[in-house]
Design a protein. Sequence first.
Lengths: 172, 172
Amino acid sequence: MNYGIVVFPSKEIQDFANNHRKRYDPHYKLIPPHITIKKIESNDENQLDEIVTLLEDVTSSLSPFEITFNRVSNFFPLNNVIYLALEDTEPMTNLYEEMNKGMIKEEQPRYPFTPHLTIGQNLMEDELFDIFANLKSQNIQYRMKVDRIHLLYQLENEVWTAYQSFVLPKEK
Amino acid sequence: MNYGIVVFPSKEIQDFANNHRKRYDPHYKLIPPHITIKKIESNDENQLDEIVTLLEDVTSSLSPFEITFNRVSNFFPLNNVIYLALEDTEPMTNLYEEMNKGMIKEEQPRYPFTPHLTIGQNLMEDELFDIFANLKSQNIQYRMKVDRIHLLYQLENEVWTAYQSFVLPKEK
């Protein structure tokens, strides 16, 4: 079973991202626009309860925070991915690091964590450059509050289905 | 904005339903298999917070319950829909009724609430009868626990995105 821990952006940002994803992202119909915090592959059906307990525990001590998407970037040549990038990645990276404390040991991730909202992937190299050149001139400024994370799992048809949300408690 | 309050069945049932939905349900790519408790159309962007508060309140006093899908049924001639039906609809109907207490006033629903998991819709009449004849001979027996409901909202591209889950507290 594949589990995913994600942040879904606001409706405004999801709609904006989908306008590009529908043309450039083959995962467009498998999951709404999202920022992946962590993906877990497991053969252990009981791991779901374990992840829920962990996420309840971690999120209970976190507070909501603001993020701003301010440009389009890409992972070329590592990956032919175009994404909405954050002005300041630190709050999302903190969330990722908190999530990893106590998380089931895993192999060293292939790349350092870079929070991103994918709007295009599996692109041909010249296609990637064309799209990127076009989008990087756009004035992008989307601010939103991250006040919840979502635990999803993947069905046989590769679509991701929601299992549980974890709301970050408001500051006292 | 369109809001939906749904129950997502277990992975096993979602996978089974999708095997049929991919051929017979045009909403296959818009939302994973689900039982709709309530759909709310609203022009009021602030209504989301109101619905969340209401659902937190309602679910806090409910306990998880078991349901069994035991056959395929249809809504013909009212609607050309084929669905997985419940052995006993009472627990889901109770949930629906609890949900309606204190819910924003609405027009009288067109049909009485009949909990169902759609596996085919918008079917031609002869197609509906063919599929139904084929499926009704299958031995269907899927038992699951309903221990959470999900609040979703609909994006511009008609896909439903998860906003919040509400776990039904375990009995003391």
